[in-house]
Design a protein around this ligand. Structure first.
Ligand SMILES: *Cc1c(COP(=O)(O)O)cnc(C)c1O
Length: 404
């Protein structure tokens, strides 16, 4: 019998085909090898697995349900649309699935502090939540410009007990926050763990984060089968770094199910107006791994943009680059306008306010549903709730008349 896909990728050096690997400064090779070794041990340790299950059930609120979007389905007039409700996780998004596990790993490694960078603050809030629960120190690096823009998340992190460190050099946004966080980690790696926020970064992070998120796919598969006595025809998720997408894809990768990752087209096709890395990017190394990335004229990571601040990343997890290169996954596109339209439609038709990131997947699913007969089914990973986006949306886009 063929081995399940998840046991075959990545290889022992962290490569998915030619993508992935670990491009590290020499002094970090040893600490990363230790992380890898500890993870291999914990992955099969019944006590670790039990603790993670306990936390997910009694603290995070798992399993999250899948909901049939009856009104949205009728509105589109085609395939049946289901939602995997990751918006119902404690703290409002799928990110806690990996943050809780990363902080547990930090504890097992004997570290007393977790460090990360954050752009819009979502990863920072999730990690601060997990660190509070497990009693570890948490230090979040964030560009000064983002600190001013994302005030509510900065306040949340502070309330949760995290230290927020402003990155004050260069453009003072995500790239500088990465530099700053990495600098702190280089100085303190003996007592701290750098907790990456998606299926990106040097090996073993893309693999670990995928494994931690795969609970979404495994739950979905069982829940969907219970409802429909078959598997979905299409599974759709938005892709920034790609953790929520890899999580739900993991449940269906060996099955005859079409997997679609939706990339943000932002405002247009010009470099700087979107963050559609797989669609417009080329092979290259950034942030310690080889993947498909958007480059500027100098070959450096290009500026990117999306209305969904959690998906404006100039590259994509190496496993997405691989799966797309072998044709196992498909890339979909959605621009700002379509995302806002889906944001309002899901709110008014289903009573669910989605994150603008997740609304990209909803928008693509709505377009696809219309082209399919009613015996076909679509499952969307609704990665997060939209409370964080409400002020921005109503300030910039009129609330539509409820009878579309
Ligand atoms: C952070 C975030 C994303 C993007 O991250 P991935 O790693 O691509 O999943 C998507 N949706 C929400 C709600 C987020 O907070």
């Amino acid at each position: 019998m063929r081995k399940p896909y998840l046991e075959t990728q990545p290889d022992e050096n962290g490569y998915f085909g030619k993508f992935g690997g670990a491009f590290l400064p020499p002094m970090l090779e040893e600490p990363f090898a230790q992380i890898q070794k500890e993870y291999q041990k914990l992955k099969n340790d019944p006590a670790f697995i039990e603790e993670l299950k306990y936390v997910r059930k009694h603290y995070q609120g798992r399993p999250t349900p899948i909901s049939f979007a009856k009104n949205l389905t009728e509105h589109c007039g085609g395939a049946k649309i289901y939602l995997k409700r990751e918006d119902l996780n404690h703290s409002g998004a799928h990110k806690l699935n990996h943050c809780m596990a990363e902080v547990m790993l930090a504890k097992h490694l004997g570290k007393k502090k977790v460090i990360a960078e954050t752009g819009a603050g979502q990863h920072g809030v999730a990690l601060a939540t997990a660190a509070a629960y497990f009693g570890l120190e948490c230090e979040i690096h964030m560009g000064e410009v983002d600190i001013a823009k994302e005030h509510p998340n900065v306040v949340r992190m502070k309330i949760l007990g995290a230290k927020v460190v402003p990155a004050t050099h260069g453009l003072k946004t995500l790239k500088e926050a990465v530099d700053s966080a990495f600098g702190e980690y280089m100085e303190t790696y003996e007592e701290s763990l750098f907790c990456i926020g998606s299926v990106v970064g040097p090996h073993p992070f893309p693999m670990m984060i995928r494994d931690f998120q795969s609970v979404v796919g495994h739950e979905s598969k069982e829940q969907f089968f219970e409802r429909e006595s078959k598997l979905p025809d299409h599974v759709i998720a938005c892709v920034g770094g790609g953790s929520n997408a890899m999580g739900i894809f993991a449940g269906f990768i060996d099955d005859d199910v079409e997997l679609i990752g939706v990339e943000p087209m932002g405002k247009g096709e010009k470099l700087g107006e979107h963050a559609a890395s797989l669609t417009y990017g080329e092979e290259g190394v950034m942030h310690g791994f080889n993947s498909i990335m958007l480059k500027d004229a100098e070959g450096e990571p290009a500026p990117v943009y999306s209305i969904g601040s959690g998906i404006d990343y100039p590259s994509v997890g190496p496993e997405h680059a691989y799966l797309s290169s072998i044709g196992r996954t498909k890339v979909g596109l959605c621009n700002d306008e379509e995302s806002v339209d889906a944001f309002y439609k899901l709110s008014q038709l289903e009573g669910i306010i989605p994150a603008l990131e997740s609304a990209h997947a909803v928008a693509y699913a709505m377009k696809l549903a219309k082209t399919l007969p009613s015996d076909k089914t679509i499952l969307i990973n609704l990665s997060g709730r939209g409370d964080k986006d409400i002020d921005f949306v109503v300030d910039n886009y009129d609330v539509p008349d409820a009878k579309f």
